[in-house]
Design a protein around this ligand. Structure first.
Ligand SMILES: [Zn+2]
Length: 347
């Protein structure tokens, strides 16, 4: 079972457009559902010289071999340098890799776009994720999309398409990729060797690739961060904000690009949602394994405070993407969290 089996509807929709492709397709949907895998497979199938009856890439032809090795001459992947470095391992003391897609990366497409296809088919540029383009890069892509050369397909992937330039969005045909069905997503996780599929899928809000990533990291010890965060959050009124900030900041440094401040904030948001659920006598949504602890904590917090705290965190989530002092930022976030439990007169 692979990720395409979970997105059959999207695949059919993409396949139905093969003969009348636009210059740009925007594939958007929740983070971690497998958009990148779908887009890559779609690109591979378009470049494949012998696709099968379902229009999937054959995996054997010359084009498929090139694609698998990452050097098909008619394919380019634009993504932040930091994402490439996670997989290749970052060297100590090197300049920090950018988390943005930069204009130089777009400029480097000039020749690619100018020469036309090597194999007589399409030339494909995959942008992952499109919201990672900084202002200049986005404007530069926009210029290309305004007068696209013939035979070019841009595949833009987006977790948050509201953050894209509206002028870019309007130049793309948009396909929204939904969450896969829960039983299928659980089966996918089990087939990938994840024991506690239900728990990890809930924690990732139903997004199977995110669930896989969380389970693989936090099940092993190597790169594990969730247990540390939960140990701090579970302490409630005894929670020590400065120690929590220190511990998480240390993990962020150790794991460099592999763990982000935003992931921490996302997880904290889910924890607050579950506290709010419990405060309203509803079952938790994300932390299935911590139902009891969450209920006990929720009983100590006035629910109006939870709503306020959630709103504030939603604002802070944006700040977490800017280069901030991570340690100070976390101290603020964790101080707010402990404040949820401190008694105040009149409440
Ligand atoms: Zn092939």
């Amino acid at each position: 079972m692979n990720i395409l089996d979970l997105h059959k509807k999207t695949w059919d929709e993409l396949s139905s457009r093969r003969d009348r492709l636009p210059h740009a397709l925007l594939l958007s949907g929740q983070r971690g559902i497998g958009k990148f895998a779908v887009a890559k497979d779609f690109a591979a199938s378009l470049l494949c010289e012998n696709p099968d009856a379902q229009q999937r890439a054959c995996g054997h032809c010359l084009a498929c071999n090139w694609f698998a090795q990452g050097n098909h001459p008619d394919f380019r992947l634009l993504q932040p340098e930091a994402m490439t470095e996670i997989s290749s391992g970052e060297e100590e003391g090197k300049k920090k890799a950018s988390k943005e897609i930069l204009i130089d990366q777009v400029r480097a497409l000039d020749e690619f776009l100018g020469v036309g296809s090597h194999r007589g088919g399409l030339s494909i540029v995959l942008v992952n994720p499109a919201e990672a383009m900084n202002r200049n890069a986005a404007n530069s892509i926009l210029k290309i999309l305004e007068e696209p050369p013939a035979g070019i397909l841009f595949l833009l992937i987006s977790d948050e398409q509201s953050r894209l330039l509206p002028t870019i969005r309007s130049r793309c045909q948009s396909i929204l990729i939904g969450l896969p069905e829960t039983p299928a997503a659980q089966a996918y996780l089990r087939a990938s060797g994840i024991d506690d599929a239900e728990r990890w899928l809930a924690l990732s809000g139903g997004a199977p690739r995110l669930a896989l990533e969380l389970a693989e990291k936090n099940g092993s010890g190597q790169g594990s961060w969730l247990p540390t965060l939960l140990t701090h959050l579970k302490q409630g009124a005894q929670h020590d904000p400065l120690r929590a900030a220190g511990d998480i900041d240390k993990l962020l440094r150790e794991q460099k690009g592999a763990l982000s401040l935003r992931q921490i904030i996302d997880t904290l948001q889910k924890w607050l949602i579950d506290l709010t659920q419990a405060a309203n006598s509803l079952p938790v949504r994300y932390f299935l394994a911590n139902n009891g602890e969450i209920s006990a904590l929720a009983a100590k917090i006035p629910s109006t405070r939870l709503v306020r705290a959630y709103r504030k965190l939603a604002t802070q989530r944006r700040e977490a993407e800017q280069p901030v002092n991570g340690r100070l930022f976390l101290e603020g976030v964790f101080l707010d969290y402990r404040d949820l439990f401190s008694p105040r007169p009149g409440e």
